[in-house]
Design a protein around this ligand. Structure first.
Ligand code: KG4
Ligand code: ZN
Length: 338
């Protein structure tokens, strides 16, 4: 039995979880700063780090309390080393180092994106199956990741410019509908009709993506309609953007499934919470009944520490450790990525 304490502070959630054997959540505390950042229309890094400092001790204490544990019960401390905002990451890294030093525990550095992939473990009653194809989609990343086994990550596709979540957030800002854009646009698109058309982004790599042109096309569409004196139907813009972006995403994913035939396909990251993406992938994967599709519940898609605990457990088993000289790495690559 292995108990991992996990700490996550890469963006605007201060979080601590205690996870047993990488698959059972004993506690999962998330303190969100979303209400503060909403006022600014996006995450303000300086503000985020200050709030992490204020909240980190409380979330750690609460995670132990809810798991009915003391530090004596913990085998290792996993923490998000990157990628993320440097000032935010720094707070979690310092907290992890301090606890490891005080209580003589091994320190396990975790890549936030591997955490998102391993969040799927909580949605399943069995281990992940390999080879595995992960569609990793968040505010900062859009990647197709191929895993031959549990600690082997190969990025086979990526965005050539903006991440998908970033595009959602920017389009929402242009429409004046607020932050974070993803859930807002997801909801608005449900009311939208196929009224506007947007060009499908052109991408070179077989499994690569591009979203910055689409964002510009939305901006141009709005300007064109304004010039014509036509009112903008925001729901219809959300619908057009979402259909174009997600169809690109799903077609590339299905192309990789067709070519590589994984044992399992998983989605990961904040954008994996999208309701339309869930439907499109479910439909697309019907052609492959022998390949398991996992789309984790929304609470495991967005940032939390239990996913760092799940990934941290696998890292710990695979001998991943670091010393007290470790520091936050805002541009950290996936293990093995060059
Ligand atoms: O993984 P995450 O919580 O943080 C990062 O690691 O970046 O992802 C945040 C991103 C934001 O861009 C947010 O707008 C997007 O995930 N998001 C969504 C939805 N919920 C969150 N995007 C589309 N549809 C959603 N329902
Ligand atoms: Zn994330």
């Amino acid at each position: 039995m292995t108990m991992i304490m996990a700490i996550e502070s890469s963006c605007d959630e201060t979080a601590c979880a205690i996870v047993k054997d990488g698959s059972e959540i004993l506690s999962n505390i998330v303190s969100s700063q979303i209400n503060v950042h909403t006022q600014f229309g996006g995450v303000v890094p300086e503000v985020a780090s200050r709030i992490h400092v204020e909240n980190i001790s409380t979330v750690i204490t609460e995670a132990l309390h809810q798991a009915h544990m003391t530090m004596d019960d913990i085998d290792a401390i996993a923490f998000t080393q990157g990628p993320g905002l440097i000032g935010s990451l720094h707070v979690g890294v310092q907290a992890a180092k301090t606890l490891a030093w005080q209580f003589h525990k091994p320190l396990v550095p975790v890549n936030h994106m591997t955490g998102h992939i391993y969040a799927n473990r909580f949605a399943l009653d069995h281990d992940l199956k390999f080879p595995l194809l992960a569609l990793v989609i968040s505010g900062g990343h859009t990647q197709l990741v191929w895993m031959e086994n549990e600690w082997d990550f190969k990025v086979i596709g990526t965005t050539q410019d903006d991440a998908i979540g970033e595009a959602y957030d920017k389009v929402s800002r242009v429409l004046g509908t607020g932050y974070p854009g993803g859930p807002i646009m997801d909801k608005m698109a449900k009311e939208g009709k196929p009224h506007y058309t947007l060009p499908t982004p052109k991408v070179h790599g077989k499994y690569d993506y591009s979203f910055s042109g689409l964002k510009t096309a939305v901006l141009q569409l709005i300007q064109r309609e304004e010039k014509k004196g036509e009112p903008i139907i925001k729901e219809d813009v959300a619908y057009a953007f979402q259909e174009t972006a997600l169809n690109l995403m799903v077609s590339k994913t299905l192309q990789a499934v067709e070519d590589l035939h994984p044992a399992m396909v998983v989605t990961a990251g904040g954008v994996a919470a999208n309701s339309r993406l869930r439907v499109l992938l479910d439909e697309g994967m019907k052609k492959y009944p022998d390949i398991e599709l996992s789309q984790p519940p929304i609470r495991y898609c967005t940032d939390n520490a239990s996913m760092i605990g799940a990934s941290g457990y696998v890292a710990y088993k695979n001998g991943v450790r670091c010393g007290f000289d470790v520091s936050a790495d805002p541009g950290l690559l996936m293990p093995g990525e060059v």
